[in-house]
Write a protein that binds this ligand. Sequence first.
Ligand code: ASN
Ligand code: ZN
Length: 330
Amino acid sequence: YQGVHNGTGESQYAGSVELGTSGSSGSFTLTDGERGDHKTYDLKGGQGSGDLFTDDDDAWGDGTPADRQTAGVDAHYGAALTWDYYKNVHKRDGIKGDGVGASSNVHYGDNYVNAFWQDSCFCMTYGDGQNNEHPLTSIDVAAHEMTHGVTSHTAGLEYAGESGGLNEATSDIFAAAVEFSADNPEDVGDYMVGEEIDLNGDGTPLRYMDQPSKDGSSLDFWSPDAGDVDVHYSSGIANHFFFLLSVGSGEREVNGVQYNSPTADGSTVEGIGIEKAEQIWFKALTEEMTSTTDYADARRATVAAATGLYGADSPEVKTVEAAWTAVSVS
Ligand code: ASN
Ligand code: ZN
């Protein structure tokens, strides 16, 4: 019959996975009928619109970049996890909240080491990375890019200055949250971004949330010129806030990873857990923030969100305030 199927895929970064596919015996496509018909396309090294992935037996990829379906498997799976995360954790039905799926494009360009979201096509696009062997299709990168769509259709944070840093941080925050919520045994939750795709060639991640400056460029703490640096570096302040709010300051271990998160004032912060922290950030993003929200506004937005969720004098509100103070946002 025509309709929703569950295919199987061998991914590069997340092991063997189930995939939402459509079609009938002999001709299936990467069209996720349970998730707004989200579709995944093969750009075949070009920059055009590409072809929808098709397969005759609904078994996709072989886990290596040599098989061009593999990047499609990772991207399609990451989009499904992100869809499920917003639906199950935040009761949001797709990027726009209207149940309509987006699309993913893989194999963009040659040796292209980036991935990006575009509102114009309601799509996310992934390069194949160095030597075309490290497609940027890990779970956290997929969640990061798809979250740019959510931000665009909610707060609409502009992509410059402090608002741009908050936009970027929102993508990193939900990238981590999706990874924790997915609980994939091959790619367990962590507070790093891009640890699977080896962008630096030495196994280190792209960004660190416990101490963002470990990447050599990101800001750990707010200062008056925070809005002057690239949005991928000013995001560090909010990523750091989110780590402190979720986990806490100083030496901590989560899922076997050691973290060490400093505070600007030497204070100690005890985290409230990522399940509460992500609710606070989502409510702030969707109900309090606007296109021009800056760091001081973000503090007010998250305090308002935490107040709505947990009450004015709650420990959650006090921890939100303590975590912002610890990154020098007052
Ligand atoms: N991968 C980058 C990002 O999503 C692309 C960009 O600089 N916009 O942030
Ligand atoms: Zn981004």
